[in-house]
Design a protein around this ligand. Structure first.
Ligand code: SF4
Length: 231
């Protein structure tokens, strides 16, 4: 497996831990606001052999507390299981970011104790995924992933990037109902400074929600989940 990026330190990518971040290239979604456009297109902005990554992780024992694996969509890569095994063998907890499109892979990773924390994006109400995925069965796949994560992941969170026109009070309430009882739901403000996968998205009216609007979304979602936060 070739990793497409390695961020040596992060205080924000693995909740409660100082982690490094490994980037896997390739994605099956087309989120207009994606900030990792090169990875979404399957490009390699950098190349790291697995052996080099393992060497790096060995050298950081005692300094790093975990490894976050992100993309792209890491569950598409057949090498993900070996990567997680190798990282776990070094004693690092693994956190995985996913768009939730591959529930079978998520279930296998959980069953084989290869992930310690899963962060799944929920981009819109599940029936409104057409801007993000052309898969006609995505609704069912996402539902299955949500169920698998809530039933059996060691720790997890669901996350929504709050960008107009995809996210508003109605959509967030609908998402919160879909994950009713979830341990943690994170509302992420859209970062308007980054270049997006869809160049036209950058040209539109600012899709960022105001601080007050974000707070209203949190108030709406809070009754449905154990913990809701803006991050
Ligand atoms: S934001 Fe969307 S397109 Fe970009 S990597 Fe994540 S799932 Fe893929």
């Amino acid at each position: 497996m070739i990793l497409a990026g390695l961020q040596k330190n992060s205080f924000i990518d693995f909740p409660g831990k100082i982690s490094c971040v490994l980037f896997v290239t390739g994605c099956n979604f087309t989120c207009p606001y994606c900030h990792n456009a090169d990875l979404a297109r399957g490009e390699y902005p950098a190349r790291f052999e697995l052996s080099a990554v393992i060497g790096f992780l060995k050298s950081r024992r005692g300094m790093l507390e975990g490894v976050a694996i992100t993309g792209g969509e890491p569950t598409l890569d057949k090498g993900l299981f070996d990567l997680c095994r190798a990282v776990k063998a070094l004693g690092y907890p693994v956190k995985l970011d996913t768009n939730g499109s591959r529930p079978r892979v998520l279930r296998q990773l959980i069953t084989q104790h290869l992930v310690d924390f899963i962060a799944m994006d929920i981009k819109a109400p599940l029936k409104d995924y057409h801007p993000f995925s052309q898969d006609p069965n995505i609704h069912e796949r996402l539902k299955t992933s949500i169920r698998a994560i809530m039933e059996s992941a060691p720790a997890y969170e669901f996350r929504t990037t709050c960008a107009e026109p995809f996210v508003n009070e109605t959509t967030v309430e609908s998402i919160a109902k879909t994950i009713e009882g979830a341990a943690r739901y994170v509302l992420q403000p859209f970062n308007n400074r980054a270049v997006c996968l869809d160049p036209e998205f950058n040209q539109r009216r600012d899709p960022t929600l105001s601080v007050d609007a974000m707070q209203r979304l949190k108030t709406l979602a809070e009754p449905f989940v154990k913990r809701c936060m803006i991050r």
